[in-house]
Design a protein around this ligand. Structure first.
Ligand code: AMP
Length: 588
């Protein structure tokens, strides 16, 4: 398949911000893509070679890319460097340089998707002393045969600058239309994706065998499952309304969620956003086998930092000391942890997703041998509001954030935030002091002491129905000098030339970012706003919702992706319950 077909689609997509048009371009491309090539196309469209959890990084330093471009165009490194400094967009520079190419090659071949993909794959696998030279050779040979448009996109992909905002859900929509004839089948595709977290695999199955191939997509070891999420509730009464009379109340610990895959000696740990985090926790790899009675198993647990002397749980931030590349052994010593199991998704090769919570819990208790390092999450069955209150009190006294309430007969709903799991934190009961996890989408330069850094950030919630990031507030309080520096550095990588099409806001930020970083915010109230776009027109025509007096809590939620941020529905629920509280207060 000609790579120009992909490059042309990417070019059309660059020129539109309308989601419907973006999806239609993808549908047109998928319809002409053969099944054995579709996974490659799907990965390349997102600037990847494999799903994120496999950690295959193209990783080319800009210096090497510039040298390769110079070699294939005959234009000097100095000139390319200069152009690059002027525009700041390596893709544009590559297109422009390839147009001015002084060396003509006579045997220019059409480049194919297969060739681009395989060359980039070889580059990603190169290691060792001569690897930089080899990388340069591979790229320059590719650019040599590329048209300016193709070369531009290859340049963007290799320097990780392909930023078209093509989210997983947009691709699922397009696959559904292209291969099943309608968007109606998207939930089936989504389910398959939630079980295997690999869009390439889903696209290949549906393009070859249609929708029937997806219906019984099975859980597989070392293929992480998208985690089930919880809705929040404010009171035991609300929990009873949603879940019926009897349910389980587990501790809600404040740590890092981990999906542990074990097959014999091999153990891989995936974070909540399905990144491979095995390297940060060598102590789990070393010790956990002793606590597991089964050979092939997928489990979920909360890793919590503890005080070694007292055994007390420590806050989430302490765990972040483990997120380092070097001196891991020292961090293991200094920041000890416990692993608290709360679910089982595969037991001895058997899929457990469709098994009820009650049965999964029984399996968990049977297969885990507890010791000081590995624990089963404490749980009690509760029936009355008083019992929920008592459990909450107990959990908080033991250093937990609150409770996770789980419906006894519910299956594990991969990737879904549903009312089969509810979270009840104490702070939710204090009306407006609620915390939200919001996505940093833009920033405004600071003044005075904050000159040269950002003075305020623009934040968005997530609309999981249509995959957009409507803004909800501008926040400038709660930051220390240290945290402002930290934000400036972290966000430098995420700056985009154009606003991502999924961001919706009435404000014009000085700088726009990839919607990726999630931070925790508290606020005094949710109010109507003509500027912010969350739940636009839902409460009142022409108004969205905004946070009043937002404040950064100091927590950067590195473990969350932007799709895990607080959703529009959650904000609407908070807004409505806030109204109820105000009415109740007025009546008493
Ligand atoms: P939140 O991050 O506030 O949406 O709460 C959900 C998170 O709570 C999960 O992703 C887990 O990391 C964590 N958690 C703590 N204890 C439990 C538990 N018993 N069951 C499920 N998740 C838990």
């Amino acid at each position: 398949m000609k790579f120009s077909l992909v490059a042309d689609t990417l070019r059309y997509m660059e020129n539109t911000t309308k989601r419907l048009e973006l999806t239609q371009h993808l549908v047109d491309l998928f319809k002409i893509t053969p099944p054995d090539i579709i996974p490659k196309v799907v990965y390349l469209l997102q600037g990847k070679l494999r799903p994120d959890h496999e950690g295959v990084e193209i990783g080319i330093a800009e210096k090497i890319a510039i040298k390769a471009l110079s070699k294939s165009s005959g234009i000097s490194v100095k000139k390319i460097d200069h152009e690059y400094k002027e525009t700041g967009d390596f893709g544009q520079v590559a297109s422009k340089i390839l147009e001015q190419k002084t060396q003509t090659t006579f045997l220019n071949q059409d480049i194919t998707v297969e060739r681009v993909y395989e060359t980039l794959y070889k580059i990603a696998e190169l290691r060792g002393a001569r690897s930089q030279d080899m990388k340069m050779k591979y790229i320059s040979s590719l650019l040599n045969d590329a048209t300016p448009t193709e070369g531009g996109f290859i340049a963007k992909i290799i320097t990780s600058n392909l930023r078209l905002g093509i989210a997983d859900y947009t691709i699922l929509d397009a696959l559904s239309v292209a291969y099943t004839g309608s968007k109606e089948n998207r939930p089936i595709l989504e389910h398959a994706y939630n079980v295997c977290s690999d869009l390439g695999k889903v696209s290949q199955a549906v393009s070859k065998d249609g929708i029937s191939a997806l219906k019984d997509f099975q859980v597989k070891i070392f293929s992480p499952i998208r985690p089930m999420l919880a809705e929040r509730v404010k009171s035991p009464q609300e929990a009873h309304e949603k879940m019926g009379q009897e349910f389980a109340a587990e501790y809600k610990l404040d740590g890092e969620r981990v999906q542990i895959h074990r097959q014999g000696e091999k153990i891989i740990l995936y974070s909540r956003s399905l990144e491979n985090i095995t390297n940060y926790y060598p102590d789990i790899v070393e010790n956990i086998g002793k606590s597991l009675k089964v050979n092939e198993v997928i489990l979920e647990a909360e890793i919590v930092a503890i005080n070694d002397d007292t055994g007390e749980f420590l806050p989430f931030q302490e765990l972040m000391h483990r997120r380092r590349k070097y001196k891991i052994a020292k961090a293991v010593q200094e920041y000890p942890i416990t692993v608290n199991f709360f679910d089982v998704l595969l037991e001895d090769g058997k899929n457990c997703l469709d098994v009820s919570y009650k049965e999964r819990r029984k399996i968990l208790e049977r297969i885990i041998v507890e010791d000081s390092f590995a624990k089963v999450m404490p749980m009690t069955l509760v029936k009355t509001d008083n019992e929920v209150e008592d459990s909450l009190e107990n959990a908080i006294n033991s250093g937990c954030e609150g409770l996770m309430l789980k419906q006894l007969d519910s299956p594990y709903r991969a990737g879904a935030r549903a009312s089969n799991w509810l979270k009840l934190k104490r702070e939710y009961r204090n009306e407006l002091g609620d915390s939200l996890d919001l996505v940093v989408v833009g920033a405004f330069y600071g003044r005075g002491r904050r000159t040269g850094r950002y003075g305020a950030l623009l934040l968005s919630a997530y609309n999981d129905q249509i995959d957009t990031f409507p803004s909800i507030c501008k926040v400038g309080t709660g930051f220390t000098d240290g945290s402002l520096d930290q934000f400036y550095q972290i966000l430098a990588d995420k700056i985009t030339v154009k606003k991502d099409p999924r961001i919706e806001s009435g404000l014009e930020a000085d700088v726009w970012f990839e919607p990726e970083l999630v931070i925790e915010i508290v606020a005094s109230e949710i109010t109507l706003s003509p500027i912010h776009k969350v739940a636009m027109d839902k409460i009142r025509k022409g108004s969205g919702l905004a946070l009043r007096f937002p404040k950064f809590t100091g927590k950067i939620r590195f473990e969350k992706t932007s799709e895990n941020a607080t959703t529009i529905d959650e904000i609407l629920t908070l807004y409505n319950s806030q109204k109820r509280v105000i009415q109740d207060e007025r009546q008493t």
